[in-house]
Ligand binder design. Sequence first.
Ligand SMILES: Nc1ncnc2c1ncn2[C@@H]1O[C@H](COP(=O)(O)OP(=O)(O)OP(=O)(O)O)[C@@H](O)[C@H]1O
Length: 233
Amino acid sequence: MTVVYQVKPVLWDIDLKIPKGVLMAIVGPNGAGKSTLIKAMLGLIKPISGNVLFDGKPYKEQRSHIAYVPQSGSVDWDFPTNVLDVVLMGRYGALGWIKRPSHDDKIKSIEALEKLGMKEFADRQISQLSGGQQQRVFLARALVQDVDIYFMDEPFKGVDAKTEKAIISLLKELRERGKTVIVVHHDLQTVPEYFDWVTLLNTQIIDSGPVNVVFTEENLKKTYRSTGQILKR
Ligand SMILES: Nc1ncnc2c1ncn2[C@@H]1O[C@H](COP(=O)(O)OP(=O)(O)OP(=O)(O)O)[C@@H](O)[C@H]1O
């Protein structure tokens, strides 16, 4: 797959296979195309060439099995809706638009909020939360969707250490339930501890595979080369 904004290629000749059931980080410098890769996989951006298949089928046939948690701050939450309703929206895929959420849907939604330490905010307007709190609500919504594949764009951005721990244990729980979780991640230090699979990206794929094979000093140098960005490990 190749993606171009105006005339500049931001993803170049991407050839990537992601096995089912991995917890994978997409790692690379600022502007490497990480968010673009996720958006192109989800059909939000059209590549100039190439395509993406989920289990052999295009996104539009698989969308009910896929959830996306965008970067916090990338959604304008001006409309009046409370936290519980945002999470309940995650159940609509399972419900169809006509059915009203059941008692069970509400219980599942409240449980998800509790897991992310947001239960006491259930009645709060979503616009009245901090970025990190909104992020946790998004994650709770993704959890109740009960899909097979999760895409998350920097879920740890702007959250405190305690929330980061809660999020990673939740991601690991999803993997244990056989889900595939794909995460744009910035903190190189935590990659080996959090993830079992990694894709190194800088416009092109530098390497992709098991963390213990791919996440090497040499590959990281290649990924961050010529960016002038500091490589901290
Ligand atoms: N809608 C757009 N129109 C034009 N250029 C864009 C657009 N969105 C992103 N870009 C450019 O494409 C490149 C890749 O952006 P992208 O957001 O995918 O990178 P990223 O790896 O997620 O970066 P970061 O780590 O900083 O979030 C950047 O140079 C960015 O400026």
